[in-house]
Design a protein around this ligand. Structure first.
Ligand code: CO
Length: 131
């Protein structure tokens, strides 16, 4: 598996993106809104992975609740798999707990979240790119 992205919750995605861009000299930044998750993203492309900055766009967004409770900070780590359904099946055999079902994430990936209790307190995402 590869680390695909590290996701960070921020108050203002435009400001945060220009900060990251300027300080880290990231040239490629893409913005995307995922209405179903209630977030606006800034995707910063590094050489080997991405950083996703996430700002909630409505009060129902789970990211909004996270921000109110914890403030800005690390939200999840995403691992890329070639076949998300196979990975889910294997993990189910190990009694790993998933949060919800497979859905569409950033850049049209198929994603699913894994309960932090199944990974030592870290929220993990699995993602698969369209082939
Ligand atoms: Co993610």
């Amino acid at each position: 598996m590869n680390i695909d992205h590290v996701a960070i919750v921020v108050n203002d995605v435009d400001k945060a993106a220009s900060h990251y861009k300027n300080i880290l000299y990231v040239h490629e930044v893409k913005f995307e809104t995922i209405a179903t998750e209630g977030v606006k993203l800034a995707i910063l492309k590094l050489n080997n992975a991405r950083i996703e900055l996430m700002e909630p766009i409505n009060d129902d967004s789970p990211i909004k609740k996270f921000l109110e409770k914890n403030g800005e900070g690390l939200h999840h780590i995403a691992l890329e798999t070639n076949n998300i359904n196979n990975t889910i099946q294997n993990m189910n055999n190990c009694a790993i707990k998933f949060l919800g079902n497979v859905r569409t994430g950033s850049e049209n990936t198929k994603i699913i979240f894994i309960h932090p209790k199944s990974f030592h307190g870290v929220l993990l995402e699995l993602c698969e790119y369209a082939k």
